[in-house]
Write a protein that binds this ligand. Structure first.
Ligand SMILES: Nc1ncnc2c1ncn2[C@@H]1O[C@H](COP(=O)(O)OP(=O)(O)O)[C@@H](O)[C@H]1O
Ligand SMILES: N[C@@H](CC(=O)OP(=O)(O)O)C(=O)O
Length: 439
């Protein structure tokens, strides 16, 4: 039996955390393949090594001095090495990194060094084989993850290893350059490794005891989720529940490998099981709530819009032509609203508006910014009447003005648009009505 274990930055932020991690791995000899992230925050005010590397590289790229910043990063690793009592020096590694920064080896190369160096330390401490992810994780020349090549090379390579450490977050492109996944992407590496070795389980160790019904930074001590389906999880992580990267389920999903979210600081707890499907009912009507701030709505009105075939396509074409993806498109008889990410949209706003006028000839276009989207997700909602009603009465009681509602036909989720400033109050109101009143 093989278990793949991924440890997030919060689990590897200091020597003390490394010791806990080693204890967890050594407690079960089926924990054979280890995916470390870069050191994360040691306290709320601390900076993640990945962010330090981005900052350092930005300086190097602009021909500004970055030696001091790099020294700060080296000091973080040295502190871990010293704390673990290891006979290991990363001097040569840092020399190479400084040289490559000078040669402008790329932002992705810079960020990836956080995981690479942590992997070297982890392998030395555990006495496992170190495998550079650049040798087993591949992207094509356009930077798209190459699943087929990765799966083949990775499974052949890991077949030969009993115990190995593979750093998370990055791989290589055909020209040998380093490419990373998006932020939080070590979760994806863990999932890819789990698939390649046909693991029995993919354990994802973090600093919370599993997936919680709501973000603990908004709801103090939220109830934990015992079991959640891949689909529910995808909705929640896409909508901002950062505990697992939204793309991390794809590799394991195809193999039916469950993901178990666990807490490095409370390993005795079972955490959350993420599975393909389950006959287990969730504790409450809803499984979870998540959300994100920073959206804009573009409201388009045109009399008799309903009778005009192709109107929606023309409007969306205007967004596509500017390279802007849309999140939701609720519509009425003579209105259509397109929700987009504010930061993506801001610079191109007027270009898109004029394109909509040119392509679709609407009567009016009205833009509203600083909106948040909240997803209420649950496999139990389909069979329960009145869920939407309960949400709206809770929001009305909390004085939250609902800007938009969108329910997918799967009835797995309801998306609600509110003002950014109402975001936390809205999440609290929904949590209270579905969870607190039932406890
Ligand atoms: N629904 C949720 N359940 C659990 N944690 C959540 C949720 N939503 C947001 N989080 C946040 O996700 C954090 C864990 O993810 P992350 O910071 O990426 O950890 P790691 O460094 O271990 O990869 C938690 O500390 C918590 O603040
Ligand atoms: N270190 C990378 C990748 C990652 O997955 O980190 P973490 O496991 O700490 O979320 C980041 O900060 O984005």
């Amino acid at each position: 039996m093989k278990k793949v274990v991924k440890f997030g930055g919060s689990s590897l932020a200091s020597a003390e955390q490394f010791m806990k991690v080693s204890g967890i791995i050594k407690a079960d000899d089926e924990r054979r393949f280890v995916i470390p992230s870069a050191p994360g925050k040691r306290n709320k005010k601390d900076t993640k090594v990945t962010d330090m590397l981005y900052a350092c590289y930005e300086a190097a790229e602009n021909d500004k001095p970055c030696q001091e910043l790099l020294k700060g990063i080296e000091a973080r690793y040295d502190e871990i090495i010293k704390g673990l009592g290891l006979e290991l020096s990363l001097k040569e590694e840092f020399k190479t990194i400084a040289e490559n920064f000078k040669k402008k080896a790329g932002k992705d190369y810079a960020a990836s060094r956080g995981e690479y160096l942590n992997g070297i330390i982890m392998a030395a401490y555990l006495k496992f084989t170190f495998i550079d992810a650049a040798e087993v994780i591949f992207f094509d020349e356009n930077g798209i993850f190459d699943a087929a090549k990765t799966d083949k090379v990775m499974s052949e390579r890991l077949e030969k290893e009993e115990y190995a450490v593979i750093p998370g977050f990055y791989g290589s492109q055909p020209d040998g350059s380093i490419r990373t996944f998006s932020r939080g992407g070590s979760d994806i590496t863990g999932s890819i490794v789990a698939r390649a070795v046909h693991a029995e389980v993919y354990e994802n160790w973090t600093d919370v005891s599993g997936f919680l019904i709501a973000d603990p930074r908004i709801i103090p001590n939220p109830v934990g989720i015992d079991t959640i389906t891949y689909k529910e999880l995808r909705e929640l992580s896409y909508m901002g529940a950062t505990v697992l990267h939204e793309d991390a389920i794809f590799p394991v999903r195809k193999e039916g490998i469950p993901i178990n979210i666990r807490n490095t600081n409370a390993p005795e707890e079972n955490g959350t099981w993420i599975v393909e499907s389950t006959c287990q009912k969730s504790k409450f009507v809803i499984t979870g709530i998540a959300g994100k701030k920073g959206f804009c709505s573009v409201n388009i009105e045109k009399d008799m819009m309903n009778a005009e075939i192709g109107f929606g396509r023309k409007v969306l074409q205007a967004f596509e032509d500017s390279g802007i993806s849309f999140e939701h498109v609720p519509s009425g008889i003579d209105t259509m609203t397109v929700f987009v990410h504010q930061d993506e949209f801001m610079d191109k706003e007027q270009k898109v508006v004029s394109a909509i006028h040119r392509l679709a000839h609407p009567d009016t276009i009205d833009i509203e910014s600083d909106l948040a989207l909240i997803a209420v997700v649950g496999r139990g909602m389909k069979s329960t009447r009145g869920t939407a009603g309960r949400i709206f009465s809770a929001l009305a009681h909390a004085n939250v003005n609902v800007k938009m509602i969108d329910q997918g036909s799967s009835e797995l989720n309801i998306i609600i648009g509110v003002r950014n400033e109402d975001f936390e109050a809205a999440i609290r109101a929904i949590y209270n009505i579905f969870v607190l009143v039932q406890i």
